[in-house]
Design a protein around this ligand. Structure first.
Ligand SMILES: [Fe+2]
Length: 292
């Protein structure tokens, strides 16, 4: 084996890292070594810069707990989470597109009947989300499970409020005609956590650290691709600069503000409320996908 020089080092390392029986891991490590060496050769870090990099990664790891994941946040702000999502959910163009799940989903949300309020007692402007769950041919999908989570009208998720009871999340099911009605309050835009290592990095940029107002959905129906997505409020000041790159054009919806009047659930409100209308389009799994 030749001894290393700056010129031959990458090739020697690449050759060493081919000695992996698992073909997938071998491919991953070959690409990692190749691209990491390209990165370092391009940057030519000083030893102090490389030490600062290791220190940043170390502190990022130490910040991670059961409730906080600074590495996921890193992946989010670098657009990697959305890239992984896109690669894994190549749906047809008419199907409702996916976006990242994000860190705030809590499984086992309470079940609500059609039209019931999942935001009882929460601050914010009442908001009624209605629509139909359909397939690609326009046929209604009955019994689809809609799992929702969002901020309250103060921009906070359950995990950020230390609530004892479920907060701003719920499970609904589409009716036999595919329709659904959710009663909630309107979410508002929020900043990603800025008190950690990601915030430290963001503070050295002029990049916006806000997300536009959105409601998260996970929609499941037997025989269809599961869709994890958001609905975004059209006109939100952060709609074009979402810090995690989650906004896709088909997911931007009008939040129509009514000053008062009859709501989609039939009651009459004397105060303002929003109406949001959105039809979700699910894509059937192929026979092979169903078997997988
Ligand atoms: Fe969110």
């Amino acid at each position: 084996m030749p001894y290393v020089t700056e010129q031959n080092l990458t090739d020697i390392v690449k050759e060493r890292w081919t000695h992996i029986p698992d073909p997938r891991l071998r491919k991953i490590m070959a690409s990692l070594v190749k691209n990491l060496h390209v990165f370092v050769r391009e940057i030519e870090p000083t030893e102090a810069e490389w030490a600062a990099t290791i220190d940043w990664l170390t502190r990022t790891g130490k910040m991670c707990t059961e409730k906080r994941q600074e590495f996921i946040l890193t992946s989010d702000v670098l657009g990697v989470s959305m890239l992984v999502d896109a690669i894994n959910h190549r749906l047809q163009s008419k199907a409702t597109p996916t976006t990242v799940e994000g860190p705030f989903h809590i499984p086992g949300s309470p079940e609500f009947a059609d039209g019931e309020n999942m935001a009882e007692g929460a601050p914010g402007i009442p908001c009624f989300v209605t629509g139909i769950v359909r397939d690609l041919d326009g046929k209604p999908v009955a019994g689809a499970r809609l799992d929702l989570w969002q901020t309250d009208g103060e921009g906070l998720y359950e995990a950020q409020r230390d609530e004892k009871e479920a907060w701003m999340r719920g499970v609904y099911h589409s009716n036999p005609d595919g329709s659904y009605t959710v009663q909630t309050v309107a979410p508002i835009g929020y900043t990603i956590p800025m008190d950690g290592t990601v915030g430290e990095l963001m503070e050295r940029t002029t990049i916006s650290h806000f997300r536009p107002a959105h409601i998260h959905f996970c929609i499941e129906a037997a025989g269809y691709h599961r869709v994890v997505t958001h609905l975004f409020q059209r006109g939100d000041q952060y709609i074009d600069t979402d810090v995690v790159y989650g906004v896709k054009e088909p997911l931007i919806v009008d939040f129509i503000k009514k000053t008062s009047g009859k709501t989609p659930t039939g009651e009459t409100l004397a105060t303002p409320f929003y109406e949001v209308r959105y039809d979700f389009v699910l894509q059937r799994k192929t026979a092979a996908q169903k078997a997988a």
